[in-house]
Ligand binder design. Structure first.
Ligand code: TXA
Ligand code: MG
Length: 344
């Protein structure tokens, strides 16, 4: 297959988005931007089309997809009930980077939900994503755009090699805004359980007067047989081939000292650090993660994709405070480091 390509970086050419939407209607799959990461989308109501996504990504069939909608009527067609707490989340955070798990209606095919009786729904705020769904007139099932296990795609240059020729259409609108995937939540007994942290933070939800429970599996290693609330928690994700070590301390001096000790132990090291600390590391191989959580969140997947090209024995990554967007960054980094994590 030859992928069609539309450059929407300067000009959001509606005709191209319409063409891509027609392609989705015809049962094909399309690579498109959202505010979080790029997605690979298909008609969520067409099991054959959705199967093509699993093939393109090499994704395990027991890992369900998120369904993307552009208006609230689409939600009522897909789910049994919208409770009061869910409604509050919708009113405050949609459109935006929040996926809510609902009990699903029969019309949602089994491939989308991996056989679960629930479905994850989100209304993206990215204008190209919204237009794509609107023009298709269908809910679009879409996982992150990457081969399974790899970091999610935040710009086309990072993923073109692994996905070119596997999708019918590529909509390129440049770098995404956020850089980590949506927050995934499920409401049980009026409490919001965080299944995957993201840009909509624990603190954002607590501000609404809602009780929040952070699932412990977010930061811990799951055993293969363990029952998890979100199947995605079980899989190896984001990890480069090179061994990675994550180091965190509240105290900047201690953090830098510890990383320099680790550099002494290994000869051939690459450090991913914050701008302010970078010059303090005793190695020539270093990459700038940025300074704020927003910057780090935008850069992190591109950086993780680069590290193997350095051919080092160890990558040492600076951790951030597990607060606000920092919780999402640490969730991704702990997985990238396969739980090789030191906190001082
Ligand atoms: O920001 C995002 O959410 C991006 C963009 C493209 O929208 N999508 C994304 O999809 O990250 P994916 O497939 O890479 O991750 C979906 C996560 C997985 O961890 C999956 O297990 C979980 O959501 N999930 C989906 N449906 C679920 C359900 N019914 N119950 C529990 N977890 C679910
Ligand atoms: Mg993914």
């Amino acid at each position: 297959m030859i992928s069609k390509y539309a450059d929407l970086k300067q000009n959001k050419d509606l005709n191209k988005i319409k063409e891509a939407a027609m392609s989705i209607k015809e049962g094909n799959i399309v690579l498109f931007p959202t505010e979080t990461v790029y997605g690979i989308g298909a008609n969520a109501l067409d099991a054959n089309a959705v199967n093509k996504i699993f093939e393109a990504k090499g994704r395990a069939s027991d890992n369900p997809l998120i369904v993307h909608i552009s208006n609230i009527d689409m939600l009522y067609n897909l789910v049994k009930e919208v409770g009061q707490v869910e409604q509050k989340l919708i009113d405050n955070f949609w459109p935006g980077p929040l996926t809510i798990i609902f009990d699903r209606k029969e019309c949602v095919p089994n491939v989308v939900t991996a056989g679960l009786n629930t479905v994850g729904i989100r209304m993206p705020s990215n204008s190209v994503a919204q237009k794509l769904i609107e023009f298709a007139g269908l809910p679009i099932a879409a996982p992150s755009a990457n081969i399974s296990g790899k970091p999610s795609g935040t710009k086309i240059e990072d993923i073109i090699d692994e996905l070119d020729g596997k999708v019918d259409y590529i909509l390129d609108s440049g770098m995404v805004d956020i850089g980590v995937e949506s927050t995934v939540v499920r409401v049980i007994d009026n409490k919001v359980h965080i299944l995957r942290p993201g840009k909509i933070t624990v603190e954002d939800i607590q501000t609404l007067g809602i009780e929040v429970i952070i699932e412990k599996q977010i930061m811990e290693e799951c055993l293969p047989q363990e029952k998890v609330m979100s199947p995605g928690m079980k899989y190896r994700h984001y990890a480069p081939n090179t061994k990675c070590l994550l180091v965190y301390s509240d105290n900047q001096d201690k953090l830098v000292d510890r990383i320099n000790q680790e550099i002494e132990l290994e000869k051939n090291v690459l450090v991913l650090g914050r701008t302010r600390n970078l010059e303090k590391y005793n190695t020539d191989n270093k990459l700038d993660m940025g300074e704020t959580s927003e910057e780090i969140s935008k850069n992190i997947f591109t950086l993780l994709r680069k590290v193997d090209s350095y051919n080092v024995d160890l990558v040492i990554i600076e951790g951030v405070k597990k607060e606000g967007l920092g919780l999402a960054i640490m969730n991704r980094l702990i997985r990238a480091c396969e739980h090789n994590y030191i906190e001082i």
